[in-house]
Design a protein. Sequence first.
Length: 344
Amino acid sequence: MSGFTEMNKDIKVLVMGPRLNARQGAGGAVVLFENLLHELQAHNISHTIIDTNKSNHKSKGLFVFNIISRFISLRRRHDVIFLNSSRDYLYLLPLMFFFNTIGPKKIVMRKFGGELDQDLKKKTKGAIIKRLLSKLDMVFVESKLLLGQVKAINPNTYWFPNVRERNASVRSAADYQKRFVFISHIKESKGVKELLEAFKQLDSSYSLHFYGTMVEPELSALIENNPNTTYKGHIAPEQVYQIISGSDVVVLPTHYPGEGYPGILIEAYACAKPVVSTYWKQIPEIVTDGVTGYLVNPGNVEELIQAIKNIETNYATLSVNALNKFDEFDSKLVSDKIFNLLLN
């Protein structure tokens, strides 16, 4: 890292993305952006931040104006502009390109999430996105599926997976106690109803704790009325490793349309915990069925029950494999590669 830092110490980065809002909680994009800021600081890379989280702007109606005003005032003092975005790139990039014509700076984007795969297939929206992607100096995407698709549009496209900091206190797998945990937005598209039905059919030796924002309040009563499940409320990002470490398995039987690489599965690996998830979107890129956990078809309760039962047969091996898999998503290792691409 020291050679990297010395080589690039004079380069200044204007980094744009969504910062944490304490009242709103941290979604996947916010967690990833905060992680990026931590790595920029750790690598001693000079940077200035523009917060693109609408919830952090006093005037919601003027937040785009505020962002672009800051962009215009700060652009000339930086060498690279690094936009981190889920969806707001659709209206931010055209304005950024327009105001970057005089003394143009390098504009790079990291696209969060996995819905780009479907958006590119839409006639009008897809054409607009392709045009924007082609004008960027560099693009980072979350999955290998998107890497192939976007590289055909912009050759300077690279894989920047969902990453997390290594868990310094991770321990080898303890005795399996059938303690399952779900940490995500609590809504039907994340597979909550399937989980409730599965745990209703499992015996009382199995337990499932739900953590996260209750997006669909009607699910709260269903969770509390299930003898094997409990809603434990919202948690801060810094509590996630502790919660996972106190469980045996992370479950996420999602069929959410915008799913990319779910960060909670990577956090499970950091804690040496196997996962149960779905053959959905790009999840099979990061979960190998029978190796780091189990995959089921979305919406299939019987497969979900069987996968949960299968964990017991080789829990220790699954746990070791999960921890080994984390190396692919270690933020320090990945950031070294990304920053060398970004700044050289």
